[in-house]
Design a protein around this ligand. Sequence first.
Ligand SMILES: Nc1ncnc2c1ncn2[C@@H]1O[C@H](COP(=O)(O)OP(=O)(O)O)[C@@H](O)[C@H]1O
Ligand SMILES: Cc1cn([C@H]2C[C@H](O)[C@@H](COP(=O)(O)O)O2)c(=O)[nH]c1=O
Length: 200
Amino acid sequence: MSELVFFTGTMDCGKSTLALQMDHNRSARGRRGVVFTRDDRAGEGVLSSRLGLSTAAVEVRPGIDVHAYVKAAVKQDPEIDYVICDEAQFLDPEQVEQLALVVDELKLDVFAFGITTDFRTRLFPGSQRLIELADRLEILQVETVCWCGARATHNARTVDGEMVVEGEQKVVGDVGRDQAIGYEVLCRTHHRERRAQVGL
Ligand SMILES: Nc1ncnc2c1ncn2[C@@H]1O[C@H](COP(=O)(O)OP(=O)(O)O)[C@@H](O)[C@H]1O
Ligand SMILES: Cc1cn([C@H]2C[C@H](O)[C@@H](COP(=O)(O)O)O2)c(=O)[nH]c1=O
């Protein structure tokens, strides 16, 4: 039975690494898949992990019909039997619905990877639709850790080193403070208290 699975966790918990591993393990056994991403830090058309691995991917630009794309790909190559989509929080809700249609109509497994909430603790529209539609949610096993030692559950944004709670929902970036806009994972308490590490 094919399914839509949403693998989620904070930033930096290993989602892209797992996506690359799942693609590798399947393709090593001769299975074929379509790999999608949207606005990876490493640039367009690439799925990258902080461990240094990366693979070519189809960039899901706004408005692209991912179901139509996969249907055409399967027509060309009927051996395709899975779809991977990284940075799925950035998908349009309609594109998530199209991924569900890939499962239901084309009978392929779809593995989506992404964060659920933004720096304000609000759901990304794409993640909301995934939570609504996925057959299964998988929280990644590798825990990220707040500066206090507790499990990190939330993503914070820093601007010039200071934690902020207002701004555009989407700003592509990395964890760390050596950039104008950076991110840090925190436990809920320290996110609520707006105590990123720099504020100690
Ligand atoms: N130098 C390192 N040594 C060991 N593990 C590392 C190192 N750098 C990064 N990692 C691992 O990579 C993870 C981030 O992987 P990545 O797939 O890029 O995360 P995500 O896609 O969830 O943001 C970190 O949580 C950590 O486990
Ligand atoms: C919290 C938050 C994150 N983002 C961006 C920053 C990164 O480009 C991605 C997350 O990538 P990762 O592989 O999970 O580290 O999302 C954003 O645009 N807005 C936010 O609030």
